[in-house]
Design a protein around this ligand. Structure first.
Ligand code: IFM
Length: 462
């Protein structure tokens, strides 16, 4: 057997990702409007310990030093999101020039350091004014999103060549509108499906808007959180539950975007698609230049207890239960560490959707990192996590997957939504009191991989 060359393809993108609400703070500055996350975090009991994003990482003010840090580490791309309420404080009209100026400065800071900006338009911070008229349950929100996308692209299209429309429409819809554990905190499983469709419609409507405004060699895509799913056993009930879970998690998003159709088994399961209108699927399946994959873990799924859509703690899991093998390695948030799942997923996508290039737009893990007496932050578990996933990515490329890049989640320890500040996903430690940044061992590790564009020596193929 030929040994596999340890290098990644020339031009492979190595970057870090963040999201506006998780890092910016400055919620009242420069005319920003209220977002659904401002409202949700103010709801008693919604966020662990009552944490808020009022300051977060103060990235609104500290972005120059944060981008310089990213560049100094050796990363060459920064994926950040634009906060819709900074551009359209009330979700309509505008734009707010101060908001646009801010993101122009962020882009300039990137370009000034040779860092390629990847701009995400929607990472969950919907203007509250739009939620007040139905949010993502209201089809019109998709059209409002296209207007907002036009405003951002009019302002930045001359300098931004890489766009992500929507981040994780599944989480925004299922966690926000079905399970109620994210903003806006609605518990309506069927509404969650409608919200997902409207988020996909928003994506599809934004595609031509962006194309008209970006350079000819610009690229756009959507970031889906995807997971490989396997049944807990060959018992038909487990197999059916796993298929359903896969449909709900993966296929309900991949199929409309990449094939212009919804999976019939899922539409039957949901009892129809009253939210679907003629022409929607053509809009949603407008060609994209890359598919962004947010990968954290695989799932082993068994059958549930018969409760279907309503009534269970995790209504959108559709009567499926996660089976955690007794010897599973878990991150701090209880997610299984399953790097081979990334390889499996990439090959599955290559086989099912061979026409679309792939990018890992998020991958990372939370661990309880602490600053040692000597001021350093050693995070060997995160290094091992990243190492094993990078190796599986490399293996997938050797197997013929057209994978173009990798963004670690995330640059900075930040506001991890309902978990608040406890779950630290960053490669850079942030002291929430002092805002002091301390690059962890994983930051140096990833920077070295990025600079060399090769697999690190040693490590293992777990
Ligand atoms: O922090 C989130 C991010 O906003 C979206 N993807 C998953 C991350 C970790 O939970």
């Amino acid at each position: 057997m030929q040994p596999i060359a340890p290098g990644f393809p020339a031009g492979f993108v190595w970057g870090a990702a963040t999201a506006a609400y998780q890092v910016e703070g400055a919620l009242d500055e420069d005319g920003r409007g209220v977002s659904i996350w401002d409202t949700f975090t103010a709801t008693p009991g919604a966020i662990a310990r009552g944490d808020t994003a009022a300051v977060a990482c103060d990235h609104y003010h500290r972005h120059p030093e944060d981008i310089a840090l990213l560049a100094d580490l050796g990363l060459s791309a920064y994926r950040f999101s634009v906060a819709w309420p900074r551009i359209q404080p009330d979700g309509v009209g505008g734009p707010n020039q101060k908001g646009l100026d801010h993101y122009r400065r962020v882009v300039d800071a990137c370009l000034g350091r040779g860092v390629t900006p990847y701009v995400t338009l929607y990472h969950w911070d919907l203007p509250q004014a739009l939620e007040d008229v139905g949010g993502w349950l209201n089809r019109d929100t998709a059209h409002r999103f296209a207007d907002y996308a036009a405003q951002v692209a009019d302002a930045l299209g001359d300098v931004v060549d890489h766009w992500v429309t929507v981040n994780e429409p599944k989480v925004a819809s299922h966690a926000g509108y079905a399970a109620g554990i994210h903003a806006p905190g609605i518990r309506d499983p069927r509404g969650g499906v409608a919200a997902a469709h409207h988020l996909l419609l928003a994506h599809g409507l934004a595609v031509p808007v962006l194309r008209e405004r970006m350079s000819a060699d610009g690229e756009l895509g959507i970031a889906l959180d995807l997971t490989p799913v396997s049944p807990a056993s060959q018992d038909p009930a487990d197999v059916a539950a796993a298929r359903r879970f896969d449909g709900n998690f993966n296929r309900m998003f991949l199929e409309p975007v990449l094939r212009g159709r919804y999976p019939t088994d899922m539409i039957e399961w949901f009892g129809g698609a009253p939210w679907l209108q003629d022409g929607d699927l053509e809009v949603i399946s407008a060609p994209i230049d890359f598919l962004g994959i947010n990968y954290y873990r695989g799932h082993v799924i068994g059958a549930g207890d018969g409760s279907v859509l309503e009534g269970s703690g995790t209504p959108m899991d559709l009567d499926a239960v996660h089976v955690i093998p007794p010897d599973a390695e878990l991150t701090e948030v209880g997610w299984t560490v399953t790097p081979t799942g990334l390889h499996d997923l990439l090959l599955q996508l290559r086989d099912e959707y061979p026409h679309v290039p792939l990018m890992v737009t998020e991958n990372g893990a939370a661990y309880p990192d602490v600053v040692a007496a000597d001021g350093t932050v050693d995070d060997p578990k995160r290094v091992a996590y990243l190492d094993s996933h990078v190796r599986q990515m490399h293996r997938a490329i050797a197997d013929g997957v057209d994978l173009r890049g990798y963004f670690v989640w995330t640059l900075l320890d930040n506001f991890e939504w309902a978990e608040g500040y406890k779950a630290r996903f960053g490669i850079v430690h942030v002291d929430v009191e002092t805002q002091r940044r301390t690059p962890k061992t994983s930051a140096a590790w990833l920077g070295a991989v990025a600079r060399s564009n090769r697999l690190p020596d040693g490590g293992s193929l777990r």
